[in-house]
Write a protein that binds this ligand. Sequence first.
Ligand SMILES: [Fe+2]
Length: 479
Amino acid sequence: MLWTRVSVAASATAAVEWTVATDPALADPVAGGSVDATPGADHTVHVAVAGLRPSTTYWYGFRAGGDRSPVGRTRTLPSPDGPLERLRLGVVCCAHYATGYFNAYARLAERDVDLVVHLGDYIYEAEAKHERWNRLHRPRGRCLTLPDYRARHAQYKTDPDLQALHARHPMVAVWDDHELAGNAWWDGAAGHRPLTDGDWPRRRAAAVRAYREWVPSGLPDPADPYRIWRTVRLGPLADLVLLDTRLKGRERPAAGRRPVLGVHRRDRALLDPAQWEWLEKVLAPVAGNGAAGRPWALVASQVVMAPIHLLAAKGVVGRRLGAVGGGLIVNPGQWDGYPEERERLLRLLRLLADRGGPALVVSGDLHSSWVSQLALEDGRGAPVAADFTVPAVSAPTFARALAPKVPGARSVLERAIRRSNPHVAWVDTAAHGYLVLDVTTDRVEGQWWHVDRVGRRTEVEHLAATWSVRRDDPRPVRG
Ligand SMILES: [Fe+2]
């Protein structure tokens, strides 16, 4: 799907011509046509192009009135029937325009990947309240209405590094909470106060409509704009299984500040019943049926799947997490707050691993980098899959959120994490960046690229860690 947006008078309709070609000069066109940019879609343009060759790089451009768009590059998915030796994916999340520059997007744009997967927080709906923030959000207040969300998306799309990323690579995206409101679930959000912010379903609909207009993410069910869970077949190597762990089926999480109120309830719903039905089919370990016919199932989850328990260290742990008792802290918004559903999913992944088509989970939302081992609670720690957690592009890091003012707090925090989480193989709580996944039949390698800073635009990045899992062993190995 090709995307652009035309700047014209609010009430105008503009005719837009599009061209797909085999060369950057668009001299050798292979497809083209015309489409209207209308006020009803905020003058965004989506073109679904059919008939292109698999695993092929194309260039595309638009014309409206006398103007030409920049030329974009994209790449088609591999054919399901292969052959295909390797595939490279860039994975990103959590790009906060006001708190930092999108250096991670710029560096990933330069890298050689076949596809970018965005795990959500493509925008932040927050107000522009901090004077020390690098850039101010538009509009200034929190996004509440359709014009607000449209204006916020439009602002993000002016960022040159995000433009570079889209101009260079195709993207598959799912939303997390901040495309709507902080810590959202289906029936509400911690960042939504009904008395002052109005009706939640109305706000939710406005946010989703603007997202649909401004982020070309495909619509797996044309009758249901809220459905984002879907499978993207990555040729003969893998199925990319995109979950919705944020909105559709999510029950209100336990409240962190009132720890006794139900943190121990284990049966909260995270996925909706239709999603479970689809997931059981797509992950069913039957030859030729979904991921089982592929070497890998890459499961994209907005929120971290691995358990993370923190023993509260004085002065380190902030107000965001909920105390379980005995000084033990969990984040009830992650899968930790939905333990029965996690166990149900891990049983499915276990079956897949037993039949030789294992899963690898990639997650975001936590603004930090993690490599964790997933295991069934009743499986005596036998490994099921690894969880690779992607750092934020520019949103404030985990270390900064939890330990903002204490000297040496980051090392105290990471020591506390290691002490109470033996299944965590590696963690970096203070860096921004992105993940590159290199997928072959026998192993998936993850490279965590960290950028030097987000306070200004910079080209400095470094390879912070490389971890891989083999097809016959779900334990992550460094290097
Ligand atoms: Fe985020």
